[in-house]
Design a protein around this ligand. Structure first.
Ligand code: TPP
Ligand code: MG
Length: 582
């Protein structure tokens, strides 16, 4: 229990007192929180010092959005809420994008922001950094709370933790006004006011009849398919999921952050035949995957429908922790609601010991597609064009990840994202961290810092040059904490490509184009990190191997053909088209 200077009580005896600063720190520590990602300033500067003094790891960033992204991904990796700490109004707003992104992606995080004086804020009298932060955060968070009295800090932190990790995880906002930190109270009373949360994310056991319905439907399938989502990766039920896949013999498709849950090289992995299995399957079991845009809403041509809105005819089993998820886009014939671990265990019990493998016709058709596509890809990867293209550079990254399966791969960009996802096999669970549900740029360095801090494993961040720019200043943070992060900037001179020209012929370059031939490697050298300029696969390989070996913060500027990419990577079709006729 942290206490502040003893004060002389009215009775004449000495009374131990504590205050808001220490109660927040004690409440976090009591609940097993050991790291805070943040950025100091009024009113939380002293808090960061005291937290460090109390043994918490305080990782300071250069912009709150990166601290927020770090907290969110730490939450995903550990199932404990990641904590992001910011100052009021502008700092809070900078953290808010990460909070909203965490909620959208179901990452448990708590954004704790200091706030200004309530009386002044509520009368809009113009306080320092005045903003009604609680109201602003509420629609973007899974839950939002404010604590006004030191004696309520224990409850406030407990509620924030429960809200972040229970059920479907998400982002929680906790508003702590400046005055709260300095409030004092009796130390003993303070101590008893704290709550050690018991069973913060209780198991949710699925109903037996729901499990039976799902197993019966699966049994009827001639062309079954399993889709593993990020929720399945989050659940840390890796053995159960692997057993279910292997015992049923059903081909599976991992969503981006579920890659590696089973190795991408597994014979049942259908990634290389995605466009065959989605329209071909008759029963699809979704495990921790939502039928959002990333799965074309479960309908349309991707699923064999006649046009972009029509149903392909599949029946769906959906395993999800949220009872509201089913029927969000198409009919779900067999919803199984509960935590993924409990649901998969129940399904395993339901399928029993003698489950027949799917019809050989289905499996061999998939194997055939896979073989052809993998052979085609191998041919493309073996080429060695100059300058490098995405394929020749990613051929190197793929080897490096294979040789270092515990390394964590952070990935953002458009082409730099899509090509990496499809080319670089993942071999272990939760090793691929990327732009998630929103396809958000800017997660790169925040995720990389958190991944290194939480896992202590080497981190490789494959970054589009545009994507990198959103959080690039955090290379100083990588150097300051001496983190084993190797950033590879896929430098194609711009957003998607570097080849656009200004149609007016004027002096401004096109909106998608950056300074050509930029040397991102020089950035990290300013802070004592290792910068490498790589123009060939050999140079890239050597630099990556050295970065992994040395564990020194490294930035490799990988020069990629500026004409190699496509508009928006793989999602060109989402761009609206002008109807103007000239
Ligand atoms: C916050 C945010 N702003 C803008 C975008 C739109 N956007 C999608 S990908 C991208 C950058 C693509 O360029 P780059 O990272 O260089 O990847 P490349 O395709 O060139 O490999 C942008 C700006 C976004 N997804 N998120
Ligand atoms: Mg680019």
């Amino acid at each position: 229990m942290g206490t502040v200077e003893p004060q002389v009580a009215q009775s004449g005896g000495v009374q131990e007192v504590t205050d808001g600063f220490h109660l927040v720190i004690d409440a976090l520590k009591l609940n097993g929180i050991d790291t805070i990602f943040g950025l100091p300033g009024i009113p939380i500067t002293d808090f960061t010092r005291m937290a460090q003094a109390a043994g918490l790891r305080v990782i300071s960033f250069r912009h709150e959005q990166n601290a927020g992204n770090a907290a969110a991904i730490a939450g995903f990796m550990t199932q404990k809420p990641g904590i992001c700490l910011t100052v009021s109004a502008p700092g809070f707003l900078n953290g808010l994008t990460a909070l909203a992104n965490a909620t959208t992606n179901c990452f448990p995080m708590i954004l704790i922001s200091g706030s200004s004086e309530r009386e002044i804020v509520d009368l809009q009298q113009g306080d320092y950094e005045e903003m009604d932060q609680l109201a602003v955060a509420r629609p973007l968070a899974k839950a939002a709370f404010r604590v006004l009295h030191a004696g309520d800090i224990g409850v406030g932190i407990a509620r924030a933790i429960r809200a972040a990790v229970s059920g479907r995880p998400g982002g929680v906002y906790l508003d702590l006004p400046a005055k709260l930190f300095a409030q004092t109270m009796d130390a003993a009373a303070g101590k008893t006011s704290l709550i050690k949360v018991v069973d913060a994310a209780p198991r949710q056991i699925p109903a037996q009849d729901a499990v039976k319905r799902a197993v019966d439907l699966l049994k009827s399938a001639k062309k079954p398919l399993i889709v593993l989502g990020k929720g399945a990766a989050y659940a840390q039920a890796d053995n159960e999921i692997r057993s279910l896949v292997e015992k049923t013999g059903i081909p599976y498709l991992p969503m981006s952050m579920a890659k590696g849950l089973l190795p991408d090289t597994h014979e049942q992995c259908a990634s290389a035949a995605r466009s065959f299995v989605l329209p071909g399957a008759d029963v699809v079991m979704l495990i921790g995957a939502r039928l959002n845009w990333l799965l074309s809403h479960g309908k349309g041509k991707t699923w064999g429908g006649k046009d972009h809105k029509s149903w392909g005819g599949q029946k769906f089993i959906q395993v999800d922790i949220s009872p509201q998820e089913a029927d969000s886009n198409v009919r779900i014939d067999a919803p199984v609601v509960g935590d993924i671990g409990s649901c998969v265990s129940a399904l395993l019990a339901g399928i029993g010991a003698s489950w027949p493998k799917p019809p050989a016709e289905w499996l061999s058709a998939i194997a055939e597609r896979k073989k052809n596509n993998i052979a085609k890809m191998a041919e493309t990867l073996a080429k060695n064009p100059s300058p490098m293209n995405f394929h020749s550079a990613l051929n190197v990254v793929r080897d490096i990840i294979k040789a270092n399966p515990d390394a964590i791969l952070v990935n953002e960009g458009a082409n730099a994202l899509d090509f990496t996802r499809s080319i670089v096999d993942m071999h272990k669970p939760r090793k691929r961290l990327d732009v998630g549900t929103w396809g958000i740029m800017g997660i790169g360095m925040g995720f990389a810092v958190a991944a290194a801090v939480v896992s202590r494993q080497p981190v490789i961040a494959i970054e589009g040059d545009s994507a990198f720019g959103f959080s690039g200043m955090e290379v100083e943070t990588l150097c300051r904490y001496n983190l084993p992060v190797c950033v590879v900037v896929f430098n194609n001179n711009g957003v998607y490509r570097g080849t656009d020209v200004n149609p007016t012929g004027g002096p401004d370059v096109a909106p998608t184009v950056f300074v050509k031939g930029a040397r991102y490697d020089k950035l990290i050298e300013a802070f004592g990190g290792v910068g490498v300029h790589a123009t060939t696969p050999d140079e890239l390989r050597k630099a990556m191997e050295e970065a992994i070996r040395s564990r020194k913060p490294t930035l490799i500027n990988a020069v990629i053909d500026e004409a190699a990419g496509t508009e928006s990577g793989r999602i060109t079709s989402l761009n609206p088209k002008s109807g103007e006729k000239k």
